[in-house]
Design a binder for this molecule. Structure first.
Ligand SMILES: C[S@@+](CC[C@H](N)C(=O)[O-])C[C@H]1O[C@@H](n2cnc3c(N)ncnc32)[C@H](O)[C@@H]1O
Length: 215
């Protein structure tokens, strides 16, 4: 299983944002929603082996988490549809007095809580934090084995409390190349690296057959 955890330092945890001005009124929830698209959807398909967590630290109901996984049937690639779905999820009060994640629809859940709740949900996955300047993920041998979770910052990066918590959880820093990228592009690069490794290791024979020269 692959998990992506995107930290929204100001992304709103309530539904009071304007659909027609998502970047200006939601604490840049749009940045996080583009990561959902990049992590879960490929051309004409939904990845079954992916979970995405959006950790929302903005507004009066923070912190809250939105979780999307491969059982979600209602994910569309355009940002407006994803924002509409997020707004409906954020409007619920079902998570207010609940412990852990509350399923909103198949494959889509919401929880009250921050990074600790995500770490508890990840249950034993290897943790990686995407940091500019860190050793390149292409040279990270451990990536090929088992469940892995990747932590990515929003347009402002990570705050110190998040960095400390991830370090205490023994997350390993990895880089995605020499250029400072948008968060969703980092998701794509990590996904592509994992796709290649899975194809090479024979776990995905259809990819291997279509790309015999893959290295
Ligand atoms: C737009 S960047 C944040 C830039 C922000 N100004 C900063 O100083 O962190 C969003 C996130 O993408 C990831 N990221 C961007 N470029 C990266 C790279 N070359 N290698 C690894 N992670 C990267 C990091 O997790 C970063 O927090």
């Amino acid at each position: 299983m692959r998990s992506f955890v995107v930290i929204g330092q100001k992304a709103t945890a309530s539904d009071d944002f304007l659909m027609d001005d998502l970047p200006g009124t939601s604490g840049r929830l749009d940045v996080l929603l583009r990561c959902v698209r990049a992590a879960t959807l490929y051309s004409h398909g939904l990845r079954r082996d992916v979970v995405v967590y959006l950790v929302l630290f903005g507004g009066p109901r923070a912190p809250r988490i939105l979780r999307f996984d491969g059982k979600a049937r209602f994910l569309r690639p355009d940002e407006r549809s994803l924002a509409t779905l997020a707004r409906k999820m954020l409007a619920t009060r079902a998570d207010a007095d609940a412990r852990g994640f509350v399923e909103f629809r198949a494959g889509i859940a919401v929880a009250s809580g921050g990074l600790s709740a995500v770490l508890a949900d990840l249950r034993g996955a290897s943790l990686y934090v995407l940091e500019e300047g860190a050793p390149d993920l292409r040279t990270e041998r451990s990536l090929a084995h088992g469940d892995a979770a990747f932590f990515i910052g929003d347009h402002t990066g990570f705050d110190e409390a998040t960095r400390t918590q991830l370090a205490e959880a023994h997350a390993r820093a990895i880089g995605a190349g020499p250029v400072s990228l948008h968060a969703e592009d980092v998701v794509t690069i990590v996904s592509n690296e994992l796709d290649r490794r899975e194809a090479l290791s024979g776990r995905d024979e259809s990819v291997q057959k279509r790309n015999p020269g893959l290295t």
